[in-house]
Ligand binder design. Sequence first.
Ligand code: GLN
Length: 193
Amino acid sequence: MTGNGTRVGVLALQGAFAEHLKALNRLKLSGIEVRRAADLEGLSGLIIPGGESTAIGRLLAEMGLREPILRRVAEGMAVMGTCAGMILLAGETSDYPLEPLGLMDITVRRNAFGRQVDSFETPVAIAALGAMPFPAVFIRAPCIEKVGTAVEALGRLNDGRLVAARQGKLLALAFHPELTRDTRCHGLFVEML
Ligand code: GLN
């Protein structure tokens, strides 16, 4: 909760949720851990962290969170999905055995960088964040293969692969912005609320 009542939740079922809460703290926001449907009430935004997209997907269904998330988004809640979280946001996926939430008109390829390149850090130019490229950490990362007309491409790797996109109040990032000190991605998300 902040002074102006902005409530941001972080899905805390599996993965890097603690690091997202710390990133929000650096922006003077205290995030709310979301584990049950009731935790979603009153949130302006929700962060779906990186981790293991199959584990997060299964737990979402088990905890009865799928429908409540879709309902809250229809009511105007913003969502930022990072890495595994981006897979969950997708309308279509390659290499993902479960049904994603289908919130964004994007096709996401899981483990797009192959097993030989497990993780890497590289600067990504994202005009929406300003002139300085973002130090993006990729860990067994997905990428966006296809976007619909409502989707704004925000950032690409040098080889042209799309790794950041926005559709209305939905923000998809293939990398882990919570693992660097740079809070601009979280700042952009908070501005979208
Ligand atoms: N490869 C993971 C998956 O498919 C995502 C990795 C991550 O979130 N860092 O779930």
